[in-house]
Design a protein around this ligand. Structure first.
Ligand SMILES: [Zn+2]
Length: 259
């Protein structure tokens, strides 16, 4: 792999698409249900694994327990986006980054100002809806009562996230796959090459550079062309700084994002 400059790669890419994974939200202080420790604690507390509770079946048959879990383990983790997301927003504004594809539910990318985001599994803010009449409810409404009910129909509101056992909207996946097929550079953040999402989208990638940034080496890293290890926030921030020095005419824009 040798020495390489991330800023240089970003600068030279014509169509950059980014996949963001679990470690991105962990860096911003969100516990991931996939962490062994968290999964074990959840099983002790609820008597079921996170996968069982966070499922369509659990939602429809035990909505009270589902909502206890959803509020205490998901909504309670609402956090502000960290600097990595602002760096992505800056890259998008500079015209380098074309879109972000993620399964994370906290909408941190959009809240940091990213425009083109494919939230494959929805998010906790938008589309909390009544399964009967379709009325939309705010996240604040979702935090109230034991089970948030539709004011009109009295049935439990479905959160704006995809539960296990539910179909991901096919159109959304197709459009995300289209973006990947147009990319010359794929930036994979906070995930290894073997996660389901990365494997799913790698099938559509025909570009020449896969850049992987995550915390620690993984046996499948050789499937990427370039790897960087460490805090994604720090790596992106320093690449953005270097990039801004390269692109002098965008200096003002860059400065406004680094403040
Ligand atoms: Zn309704």
């Amino acid at each position: 792999m040798g020495h390489f400059s991330l800023a240089e790669i970003l600068h030279n890419s014509n169509y950059l698409v980014c996949l963001t994974g679990r470690e991105m939200i962990v860096e911003d202080g969100i516990d991931s249900m996939r962490d062994m420790k968290t999964a074990y604690e959840i099983e002790l507390k609820y008597g079921y694994s996170p996968e069982e509770v966070f499922s369509a079946q659990f939602f429809s048959t035990r909505s009270e327990q589902f909502y206890e879990f959803y509020r205490e383990e998901v909504l309670a983790q609402e956090k502000e986006p960290g600097k990595a997301y602002y760096a992505l927003a800056a890259l998008e504004e500079m015209g380098i980054l074309k879109c972000i594809i993620t399964r994370q539910l906290f909408n941190l990318d959009k809240r940091a100002g990213c425009q083109n985001v494919y939230n494959l599994h929805g998010n906790i803010y938008d589309n909390n809806h009544c399964p009967r009449c379709g009325r939309i409810y705010s996240i604040d409404y979702m935090k109230k009562g034991k089970v948030p009910l539709c004011e009109k129909c009295g049935v439990p509101i479905h959160p704006g996230v995809t539960l296990l056992g539910e179909m991901v909207e096919i159109g959304l996946t197709t459009r995300a796959a289209d973006e990947v097929s147009k990319a010359d550079t794929l930036l994979i953040l906070g995930s290894d090459m073997r996660t389901e999402m990365v494997q799913q989208f790698m099938k559509y990638f025909h570009g020449d550079k896969v850049v992987l940034i995550h915390g620690a080496p993984h046996y499948a890293d050789k499937e990427a062309d370039y790897c960087l290890y460490g805090k994604i926030t720090d790596i992106l921030a320093s690449a953005l700084k270097e990039l801004c020095e390269k692109v002098e005419d965008q200096q003002i824009l860059c400065n406004s994002h680094q403040g």
